[in-house]
Design a protein. Structure first.
Length: 347
């Protein structure tokens, strides 16, 4: 028995695409809504190749309420929503704050408006560990007070969580889960899909592009922090583990297990890894020496953050399966696949 149709916004993006694979593999029917401003149909092609079936994408700007409502009218059998669609670059949000507030907040408000108007009572919201800011105790758990957001992007996630809470409190019968991702990395083991960014800012794609020669070198942003080796600490988590948590969240909601109208979960491995340690792990897995240099700190960087993921393990039955080496292995194999695809396109 198929547990029902899920609407995935941002389904042509990195985490959205990997989540669609896990949802369909667990019996859900899925449609995607993605305006392709950040996502790409290439992601969907890879998802369809893995699944052996097509996935419909509605090319809709979610800040347009009429166009968003039209998707719900055409799909009255939607039982749950996963809302990924948002701009997510920390740097870009500093340069274009209004774009980030308009896009990330208006799209969420429209999605919740449609959930209410078309009685879709199960919603999963894509949040981020960046809501914690520079927490004064580690690891962070879901009760850790939120510090000041370090960027407009992070603030849109803090505001998004408040909007979800107020909505769920006001409208009985709606159940919302907020998922705070730590640092999603890696690619589906088949390497049919992975992170597609021409000029990435995130550490792992910068490393793999440097290792494959797309970039001359990479810079470690600061080695003078108060950490064990001076570089920042993050909690890296494989994108397929993040995907699995979304499936578990929907199963939890659809089974009526949610005891709160709005529940938050940390999605991290629970392990803090420094930038220099991650580079060493990559070099060991790839067998490549990484051309990197030590440079100045990057504005807005949190010094250290990693998760206490007990609540998601206990309540969602979620278990991260991929080790750091596996994260590096799939990220590296994906970068090599991109190079082969590019060479084939040029021939
Ligand atoms: C990780 C570490 C950098 C690049 C952000 C968002 C978060 C999520 C993931 C959306 C930092 C260092 C990086 C480089 C480096 N976004 N680094 N050289 O900033 O932890 O998280 O992206 O979901 O919400 O906040 O990720 O990969 O950019 O940086 O030294 O060329 O790697 O300084 O310490 P970040 P990141």
């Amino acid at each position: 028995m198929i547990p029902g149709k899920i609407l995935v916004t941002g389904g042509c993006g990195y985490i959205g695409g990997h989540t669609i694979v896990d949802l369909v593999n667990n019996g859900f029917d899925v449609i995607s809504v993605d305006d392709l401003s950040r996502g790409s149909l290439r992601m969907l092609e890879g998802v369809e190749a893995i699944l052996g079936r097509t996935i419909k994408n509605y090319k809709v700007d979610l800040t347009n309420l009429d166009d968003t409502q039209a998707v719900f009218i055409e799909n009255p059998d939607i039982v749950g929503i996963i809302h990924f669609a948002a701009y997510k670059s920390v740097n870009e949000s500093v340069e274009q704050p209004l774009n980030y507030y308009r896009n990330n907040i208006n799209s969420l408000v429209n999605i919740l408006q449609c959930a209410k108007d078309y009685q879709v009572s199960n919603v999963v919201f894509s949040s981020s560990c960046s809501v914690y800011g520079n927490a004064d105790r580690l690891p962070v758990d879901e009760q850790t007070p939120l510090a000041t957001a370090e960027s407009p992007y992070a603030f849109t996630k803090q505001i998004g969580e408040v909007i979800c809470r107020d909505f769920a409190r006001q409208h009985a019968g709606f159940n919302i889960i907020l998922l705070r991702y730590f640092n999603p990395v890696g690619a589906h083991p088949s390497v049919q899909i992975g992170e597609l960014q021409e000029k990435p800012e995130n550490l792992v794609p910068v490393i793999t592009q440097t290792a494959i020669g797309k970039r001359e070198s990479m810079t470690v942003f600061g080695d003078d922090y108060d950490t064990r080796d001076g570089s920042c600490i993050r909690d890296y988590i494989h994108v397929m583990d993040i995907a699995q948590a979304h499936t578990r969240s929907l199963e939890y909601l659809l089974a009526g297990k949610s005891r709160e109208a709005c529940t938050v979960f940390n999605l991290g491995s629970g392990n803090g890894v420094t930038v220099l340690e991650l580079i060493k792990a990559f070099e060991a897995v790839s067998g490549r020496k990484l051309n990197h240099m030590l440079g100045p700190r990057r504005a807005g960087d949190v010094i250290a953050v990693y998760a206490d993921n007990t609540k998601a393990r206990k309540l969602l039955g979620w278990e991260p399966r991929y080790s750091l080496d596996k994260m590096m292995d799939t990220a590296w194999r994906w970068e090599q696949k991109l190079q082969v695809d590019e060479q084939m396109r040029m021939n």
